[in-house]
Design a protein around this ligand. Structure first.
Ligand SMILES: NC(=O)c1ccc[n+]([C@@H]2O[C@H](COP(=O)([O-])OP(=O)(O)OC[C@H]3O[C@@H](n4cnc5c(N)ncnc54)[C@H](OP(=O)(O)O)[C@@H]3O)[C@@H](O)[C@H]2O)c1
Length: 245
């Protein structure tokens, strides 16, 4: 799919990797970019990047009424970028760990599921299009320092494989992005080298162009996946083959 001809929708577009997606889409020449955030006020700087092409949208991905309203407005979308995400702190045995896990699961998993369900018919009407889901290296093995976040990203990885199989017949390309630490507010407390948000966004948009399904955009993710990517993909394809034809 050609990014230059796309109409994109980015969740969590006001900062971090989401803002980098908007910058990368503008640079790539996308026709229109819906930049969504919980608070419209936080989108002023983002819209200023290209006011003629960027449309601000108020959207909390955990609110089904918001998701449906956004889908009503953005009927021309061909590229959905599910970027919004949250991470809690503390282990599984702290006072509020169940609430934290529910918040992460509601945002990272159910929020994305809700967006995909609302936008899949739109993508179909517009020729198939593409979906990018922001996963993580912790989608395939728990990092116990973020145990419940890891579980939510593992669930999102499973969802991504499912929608890749279920939406194949309507020609929707589904891309999972598995970064290691990226230099945003979310990774503030994480030590070591971090990828630049714009490098992650550009790697994902390259995958839209080339048809790559899984994106490992930085040295940490490339190291994590070097030995396991092919066997994991083989199992995913075997299970996808169980879909009725
Ligand atoms: N940074 C990393 O190291 C890293 C690594 C791997 C994967 N990722 C993933 O990449 C994505 C972007 O992360 P980031 O590093 O850019 O994080 P970030 O700087 O913390 O930004 C998170 C974004 O998600 C939005 N958001 C949170 N809850 C939302 C909700 N209920 N509805 C709509 N928007 C919501 C935030 O909006 P507000 O401004 O309103 O809070 C913000 O725009 C996430 O899915 C994250 O899990 C990040």
């Amino acid at each position: 799919m050609n990014v230059q001809e796309s109409v994109a929708f980015v969740t969590g577009a006001n900062r971090g990797i989401g803002k980098a997606y908007v910058e990368a889409l503008v640079q790539a020449g996308a026709r229109r970019i819906y930049a969504a955030a919980r608070s419209l006020d936080t989108l002023n700087d983002v819209v200023a990047i290209a006011p003629d092409r960027i449309v601000p949208i108020a959207l909390d991905v955990t609110d089904p009424a918001h998701v449906n309203a956004a889908a009503q407005i953005a009927q021309d979308v061909t590229l959905l970028i599910n970027n919004a995400g949250v991470i809690g702190s503390g282990g599984l045995f702290t006072a509020n760990s169940v609430e934290t896990a529910q918040w992460e699961m509601n945002t990272n998993y159910f929020g994305t599921l809700s967006m995909v369900r609302a936008f899949a018919p739109i993508l179909q009407r517009n020729g198939g299009g593409a979906i990018i889901n922001m996963l993580s290296v912790v989608s395939v093995a728990s990092a116990p320092v973020f145990g419940s976040y890891s579980a939510s990203k593992a669930a999102l990885n499973s969802l991504t494989q499912d929608i890749r199989a279920e939406l194949a017949t309507q020609g929707t390309q589904v891309i999972g992005v598995f970064p290691g630490p990226v230099d945003t507010a979310m990774a503030d407390g994480v030590p070591g080298d971090k990828a630049e948000p714009i490098a992650v966004a550009n790697a994902a948009l390259d995958a839209v162009e080339t048809g790559l399904e899984d994106v490992y955009p930085d040295p940490v993710s490339q190291r994590v996946f070097s030995a396991i990517a092919d066997p994991l993909k083989a199992v995913e394809k075997m299970f996808a083959g169980w879909m009725p034809q």
